[in-house]
Design a protein around this ligand. Structure first.
Ligand code: HEC
Ligand code: HEC
Ligand code: HEC
Ligand code: HEC
Length: 431
């Protein structure tokens, strides 16, 4: 590719990121005072002990959050023996006071935006997801104000799948403002894994999608939520690669962007297996491409599959060449936007058929050995689980699905061949 095209594409890429950045400010960086969980927890507001009859919302959100949502414990996790060890390894005196930890384990807003009842020790409170309450606290219960005005008053659009994905991924994958890099992993932090739909289900539900909800907010099934999650995770990953690999000049770039297991595996049982369609040589350090693989499956059956496959493969192969890497990323960014708009314009009936086709493609890719890397297998398992639910065959395949979960339960025992065989068995039985 000639230089001018690379420049043009990079320019387009940075413009796209600018538009994205300008249109969405995450709660941690909004300009509103965060009043603190106690401000939401009054019994007539969200602190009711039980769900309230005749109300549009449950009103017991606080109890659900504080009793069963791990986000409420996220700050306390910075005080455990594990956290003390991580901090010590990194030379941090107190994880409970270090921004690098607080940014993902609490609602770490600037001091001047912390209201009277605000406490960092409340962990990931309501406003860490819903935005600082200063301007919506008194108006958000006013039925005469429409949703657009609530959002203008500072409520974060948690219902919109793309912004929700950006919100969750900011902590569950990281972004340019906060990242749990290989230094933090090496110090003992758990590896981060995320999938929007699965984690949305795992988070104890504090809202009900009923008719009243649907009239005001975005709602969608497991399939479309998963699609948005994959689109956004891939974008976030590309942005991290641009910032931490292309622009980085150190001898060892950010290792946490690569598949952990491409370096961390024992050498007594050599397990290198060619991942189909990538053309890597043995010994290549592979990017963490679990989301990219899902994206290729999502694009299957559309005209975007070829360009995406080509550009994502080019990214994987270009980790040694920054110029090539930047060019390939710019192209993949545009492919992803294009794919999103194709899917958004699919009529409902076609979307249903497409979901089934995507499941079939994943099973075929898996039978062919495309998910030899652990992280791809982990994403695949979550996808298969939710896609079987979408085609209403989860009960019929429940044994096989739980066997898949068993195979990825412990990343240190992951066997690529056993995983491939199980997928192939499922594939044969579905057809
Ligand atoms: C401010 C950072 C932050 C945001 C935003 C965030 N999370 Fe989390 N999440 C965390 C942290 C930190 C933990 C671990 C808490 C602990 O155990 O200490 C966690 C834990 C979880 C868990 C439990 C995981 C497990 O292994 O048990 C789920 C599920 C989850 N988050 C889902 C979500 C979803 C869905 C969203 C978006 C709607 C989201 N999170 C937004 C930081 C965040
Ligand atoms: C980019 C966001 C991010 C940063 C930065 C980060 N964490 Fe975490 N941390 C998480 C998430 C998300 C989880 C939950 C992982 C899961 O279960 O999926 C977690 C989990 C943990 C856990 C395990 C909690 C449990 O009980 O399972 C500990 C301990 C921890 N983090 C400590 C730290 C410390 C100490 C720092 C600062 C050096 C730090 N974290 C920085 C996002 C982050
Ligand atoms: C980790 C992120 C996260 C945290 C923390 C969180 N929420 Fe939510 N909340 C969501 C998401 C995602 C939704 C669903 C999308 C939506 O309705 O906007 C939601 C929905 C809601 C709804 C909408 C219900 C409806 O029917 O419209 C209310 C009310 C709510 N949350 C209150 C709270 C309160 C109060 C707290 C704190 C005690 C809290 N949330 C903490 C993410 C979060
Ligand atoms: C390019 C190779 C490479 C990749 C990819 C990589 N690491 Fe590492 N890792 C190393 C090296 C080299 C060390 C330092 C030598 C050592 O301690 O074994 C290390 C050290 C560690 C340690 C400390 C090991 C110990 O002995 O206590 C942990 C934990 C760790 N890495 C986790 C991860 C996680 C999690 C990922 C993926 C997010 C990852 N690594 C990706 C090469 C890599």
């Amino acid at each position: 590719m000639n230089m001018i095209r690379i420049l043009l594409l990079s320019l387009l890429f940075s413009l796209a990121s600018l538009v994205e950045a300008a249109s969405l400010v995450l709660p941690q960086f909004d300009k509103n005072v965060h009043l603190g969980v106690a401000s939401c927890a009054a019994s007539m507001c969200h602190g009711s002990l039980i769900q309230r009859e005749g109300s549009d919302v449950l009103q017991n959100e606080y109890i659900i959050w504080s009793n069963s949502d791990t986000h409420a414990q996220a700050y306390q996790s910075l005080l455990t023996a594990t956290a003390v060890k991580i901090a010590d390894n990194l030379g941090i005196a107190d994880a409970g006071q270090a921004d690098i930890c607080l940014d993902c384990h609490s609602d770490n807003v600037k001091q001047e935006l912390q209201g009277d009842k605000f406490q960092l020790s409340d962990g990931i409170g309501c406003e860490a997801c819903h935005g600082g309450g200063q301007h919506y606290i008194s108006s958000h219960t006013d039925g005469t104000i429409n949703r657009k005005q609530h959002l203008q008053n500072g409520l974060f659009p948690t219902d919109q799948p793309q912004s929700r994905a950006q919100l969750c991924l900011s902590c569950h994958l990281g972004n340019n403002d906060k990242y749990a890099g290989h230094d933090i992993m090496g110090a003992g932090h758990p590896r981060l894994a995320f999938e929007l739909d699965t984690f949305g289900v795992l988070q104890p539900l504090h809202y009900v999608v009923d008719d009243d909800y649907k009239a005001q907010k975005w709602s969608g099934d497991h399939y479309i939520t998963w699609v948005y999650g994959q689109l956004q995770a891939s974008r976030a990953m590309l942005t991290l690669i641009i910032n931490k690999l292309s622009k980085d000049n150190s001898l060892f770039p950010e290792l946490a962007l690569f598949d952990c297991h491409s370096c961390h595996h024992s050498m007594d049982k050599l397990s290198w297996t060619r991942s189909k369609g990538q053309g890597f040589k043995p010994g290549t350090v592979r990017l963490n491409d679990g989301n990219f693989k899902m994206l290729i499956a999502i694009a299957s059956g559309t005209k975007m599959v070829k360009p995406l496959q080509q550009h994502l493969t080019a990214i994987g192969n270009a980790v040694h060449d920054k110029q090539q890497l930047t060019g390939a990323i710019a192209k993949a960014r545009l492919d992803i936007d294009h794919l999103q708009s194709l899917i958004e314009h699919q009529p409902m009936a076609q979307r249903q058929r497409h979901a089934r086709h995507v499941l079939q493609t994943i099973l075929e890719m898996g039978s062919d050995g495309a998910f030899a890397d652990y992280i791809a297998a982990e994403q695949t398992t979550m996808a298969i689980d939710l896609l079987f639910e979408v085609i209403e065959k989860k009960a019929e395949f429940s044994t096989e699905i739980s066997e898949l979960f068993d195979l990825v339960y412990n990343e240190n025992n992951y066997q690529a061949i056993a995983f491939r065989e199980k997928i192939s068995e499922i594939n044969n039985r579905l057809n």
